[in-house]
Write a protein that binds this ligand. Structure first.
Ligand SMILES: Nc1ncnc2c1ncn2[C@@H]1O[C@H](COP(=O)(O)OP(=O)(O)OP(=O)(O)O)[C@@H](O)[C@H]1O
Ligand code: SF4
Ligand SMILES: [Mg+2]
Length: 391
């Protein structure tokens, strides 16, 4: 197994002709056996990632983001779990590895920043030791080299007074500082692939931006492949090269970031988009949340999984399940929808919804002649749900 220099020295780019991709995931399916029956948490996901690139994985709570990351890293629970599909890391199939082989990969080949920083750190162990442990295990460093490297890492993640902080316990640090330590632990052995699973949950907005900027900076400097997992499309907007939107265990839209924002096709992506806070919003403004609940993955709806919540739903959507297909105009843009944004069907519904909203807020501007049916009466599809469940 190759060993990367933890702090300095860029590895050879893996994008060179003939070099295998850093990561290729083919048709991953992960099921859990629950008291209520079999739950398909990840349902046929394929993706790939080159070194030096960031893939944003976005979706609501329960869409399968963490289970996907764990399926790739080999971190799934052993019992009640069934997984199929291929995970190819630098040209080698790794999905059949045993625990010892996986342990060799974790840290110096791939690392994960877990959702909750408190569970990622040992509360009764000084933070310096938490970093030096993996340096000694994976890179076979001497005690003093590991300490020097740990201090350099704390400095790299912008912890003030790193020599002093080396001897601090996690509870002596703020949430933002703890998350920097978690990042330092993940970066310690110079992984080629980094999963950052909601790395800024529970941090305030300013600290969130600092942590995300720090991650982006480290990803660039170390030329890592990064999978940035979040429920917030705004988080990945300026930070990911490509975005995969997940719903009910499936990728429902995937495209290079700029293309996804300019040519959004999936109604679910549009709904996630409207849930991004805007700079112009007053601080007390309630965000538009996506109406309805994510589907029960033990008993998913027939047809398109988003159909019970989709404002553009048509009869076909209740019968057939759309597959992820390249856009006719841009093959790198994939989406799974029969009536994508911009199609005549969605435009018709959009106009109808706009008219309904205008009627509700300013009826004097929409004086319908007597006996004219209202848009709602004419509509073959339901208006967008009024209910606002949180994401
Ligand atoms: N060990 C498990 N046993 C049974 N079901 C599980 C297990 N782990 C996850 N699930 C279920 O798999 C689905 C996907 O979970 P996952 O944690 O991947 O969601 P997520 O997109 O990461 O959500 P969040 O944004 O809340 O972290 C959920 O319905 C979850 O309840
Ligand atoms: S297939 Fe139908 S229900 Fe599903 S997202 Fe597209 S329009 Fe909505
Ligand atoms: Mg998660």
């Amino acid at each position: 197994m190759s060993v990367q220099t933890p702090i300095s020295g860029l590895p050879t780019p893996s994008g060179t002709p003939g070099a295998p991709k850093l990561l290729e995931v083919r048709d991953i399916v992960t099921r859990f056996t629950t008291d209520r029956g079999s739950l398909t948490a990840v349902n046929g996901v394929s993706l790939s990632l080159e070194r030096g690139r960031t893939l944003g994985v976005v979706g609501e709570s329960g869409s399968g983001k963490s289970v996907l990351s764990r399926s790739i890293m080999g971190l799934l629970p052993r019992s009640n779990t069934e997984r199929s599909g291929q995970v190819i890391f630098e040209g080698k199939e790794i999905s059949g590895l045993n625990d010892t082989e996986y342990r060799e990969l974790w840290g110096d080949e791939m690392a994960m920043i877990f959702q909750d920083p408190m569970t990622a750190l040992n509360p009764v162990m000084k933070i310096g030791l938490q970093i030096t442990e993996s340096l000694r295990f994976h890179l076979n460093m001497s005690k003093s080299d590991a300490k020097d490297t740990a201090v350099a890492l704390l400095k790299a993640v912008k912890i003030p007074e790193p020599e002093k902080r080396f001897s601090s316990y996690p509870h002596e640090m703020s949430g933002g500082m703890r998350q920097r330590v978690v990042i330092a632990v993940a970066l310690a052995c110079g992984p080629k692939l980094l999963f950052a699973d909601e790395p800024t949950t529970a941090l305030d907005v300013t600290v969130q931006a600092q942590i995300l900027d720090l991650l982006a900076e480290q990803q660039r400097e170390r030329y890592m492949g990064m999978i940035l997992v979040t429920h917030d499309l705004g988080v990945v907007a300026g930070r990911a090269d490509e975005i995969a939107v997940m719903y009910a265990g499936q990728i429902v839209e995937q495209a290079p970031t700029a293309l996804l924002f300019s040519e959004m096709k999936m109604p679910y992506t549009e709904a996630l988009m409207s849930a991004i806070p805007k700079l112009t919003d007053a601080s007390h403004t309630r965000l538009a949340a996506i109406g309805g609940r994510p589907p029960d993955l033990v008993n998913p709806p027939k047809g398109c999984a988003f159909s019970p919540r989709c404002p553009y739903v048509q009869p076909r959507c209740h019968e057939e399940s759309p597959t992820l297909t390249p856009s006719p105009t841009a093959p790198e843009h994939l989406f799974a929808c029969f009536y994508p944004i911009g199609s005549p069907e969605t435009e018709e519904v959009r106009l109808r919804i706009a008219a309904q909203r205008l009627m509700a807020t300013a009826p004097e501007f929409v004086a319908a002649p007597a006996n004219t049916p209202t848009p709602a009466q004419q509509s073959p599809v339901p208006a967008p749900p009024e209910q606002t469940e949180g994401m």
